[in-house]
Design a protein around this ligand. Sequence first.
Ligand SMILES: Cc1cc2nc3c(=O)[nH]c(=O)nc-3n(C[C@H](O)[C@H](O)[C@H](O)COP(=O)(O)O)c2cc1C
Length: 246
Amino acid sequence: MTDADSVLGAMRRHRSIRDFGPEPVPDEHTERAVEAAQCAATSSWIQAYQLLQVIDPAERAALAELAGGQPQVERAGAFFILSGDTRRHRLLARREGAPYANSAELFVLATVDASLFAQNLTLAFESMGYGTCYIGGIRNRLAEVDRLLELPEGVYPLFGLCVGVPASDPGTRPRLPARAIWSQGRYPSDAEVMASADAFDERSAAYYEQRGAPGRNWSGGVWRKFRRPLRPDLRGFYDSKGASFD
Ligand SMILES: Cc1cc2nc3c(=O)[nH]c(=O)nc-3n(C[C@H](O)[C@H](O)[C@H](O)COP(=O)(O)O)c2cc1C
């Protein structure tokens, strides 16, 4: 098999795991995965992220609750919080007595950098045979997560990541066809977007039916999710941690 085949194969095998065996993730494995993940591109080499592994079982139990009752946070072999991190840069500027000119761009940079690192990390762990599950649920009660973990100013927790040995395998979930999200030369028209969504609904309905949830489809999940504002207090929280949205 060529390198591309094995990398693409690992990417295509991704599925979120929510049911983990009791095996811990040895630090040597985490170190190997983190070192590889750090090779992700990073805006202007700023490396604006931090990975916090939560060790204390009581803290993991509390986080499982704060994330909306997600037992995998407590049970996975390892649990991490991924944050955009501007603190390192602030400290460096402060040491030089230089101004730190905050702006919305710096929040975006940190969020993008952290996400690129996180996806590389996920793929690294998966290529080593582990299962993973991102936990956006930590943003449900982010101020409480922040207090529990005593996160400093300039650090923007974004999501959690469970890593461990899968105890069961839910299988892969289908995606929109590549040609629906890849357009050349011009953006797809509304009609084209809707046609590809309708076609995908047929696939997603079959997927749900196979998994014992007949009558559901992808677009229904989408419009229902966006009926109400999601986590409306996030801006206030990130403001309080030193983010600027100007
Ligand atoms: C940033 C992010 C946050 C997520 N948060 C959660 C979560 O809190 N709980 C959960 O069970 N899955 C979570 N997921 C997993 C998604 O639900 C999952 O990736 C999606 O349904 C597609 O399924 P798949 O990963 O198995 O292909 C999250 C995914 C991402 C990218």
